[in-house]
Design a protein around this ligand. Sequence first.
Ligand code: GLY
Ligand code: MN
Ligand code: MN
Length: 433
Amino acid sequence: MSDRPADADIATQLTRRRDALASAWRDAGGVVLIGAGTPINRPGRDDLTYLFEAHSEYLYLTDRNAPGGVLAFHPDDGWVDFTAPITVDDRLWSGAPDEDPTGPTTAELDGWLSARSGAPVIWLGSPPAGATHDPERAQELRYSLAAVRRRKDPVELARMRQAAAATAAAFAAAVPLLRAGVSEREVQIELEAEAFRHGAASMAYDTIVGGGPNAAVLHFMPTGRRFQADELVLIDAGAQYRGYASDITRTYPVGGAFAGLQQELHGVVHRAERAAIERCRPGVEWREIHRIAGLTIAEGLVAVGVLRGDPDELVESGAVWLFFPHGVGHLVGLGVRDAGGTPLRERRDVPRPYPNLRIDLPLEPGMVVTVEPGLYFVPAILCDPGHRDRHAEAVDWSMVDRLLGVGGVRIEDDVLITEDGAEVLTDAVPLLG
Ligand code: GLY
Ligand code: MN
Ligand code: MN
């Protein structure tokens, strides 16, 4: 694999991205300003800030992960890239370069706007505090930007493949540690260290390692709890490389071999994942991918005896979502939630057929989605008397009671939609079972 795309490729793609938006925004009706954002203070921690990440919209159009910049677009004058002036403090505290920026800085932005007075200003990215504009218009423009961003270009895909390779190495380092007596936190530490050794700049989100019952907490933060023999461990982790994320989950048995029912539950989720990925191709509605995953889990739960009845009806009645209580996936790319915030818009007037769908669009070539069905025994859901009443016949509740400590199984891969199907970007990550 190439180390990283050449800067010439990035320059080509930045031009392509901006040209695509210039066409979409020909009738923007004003000046569009896209703010990088500024570091966010940690409450009560004086001058300390959270790790800065430029707003994804700014990063996508500038490839610059620096605070304070504003990328401006005017339908007649095109793009102007205002970077933040460099201060002595930037040089003192952060080692900013001695040379001043060669292009325009944000000190010139007001003058540039005055020269276009009369044109309304619409902010995207991270607007400065106090900025005012028409939020509905901003939403429209953001939507067309999200439509461009959804189709990953070669630079983005190269970075995602790099992130996936680092994550594959990280999981491979974690698997031999899954023995009784090792803690969730120890696994997290070794996994992340290996990701960093393989080029990760950061993790794309807080690493999840949950042993036993903790595997049923969807975003579980690893603790000092030590694994016990024969329990499941769910690991959901992703390296980030030059802004681009991977997002991968595997569920492994402590000791290297699944015990009887664990094997069946893992098999159910694996079949659901494969069935969902096999259906991924341009034009297929994402809600259909979710339905197929749910249906496969319903079939599996009937086979093991947890659910009773016709699998299609178990999807229709919602009984299956008691065990699969999240969406089947989301866009991934520039960050772990790529081009988010707007994608349900095309279905604004149509009720969502399933709970928790994060996107509700037909698949397009170039999109990267996670496919991540799961099956969990969550006490907060399964001990709810309302659910027990509503699904009294469909669920074998005494079997559920026996399984409440089992935790859960999730399998997650990152899937590129191609012209005629799909490619799994993350299949080098070890999968047992
Ligand atoms: N890692 C969070 C998620 O899968 O969405
Ligand atoms: Mn994940
Ligand atoms: Mn995910």
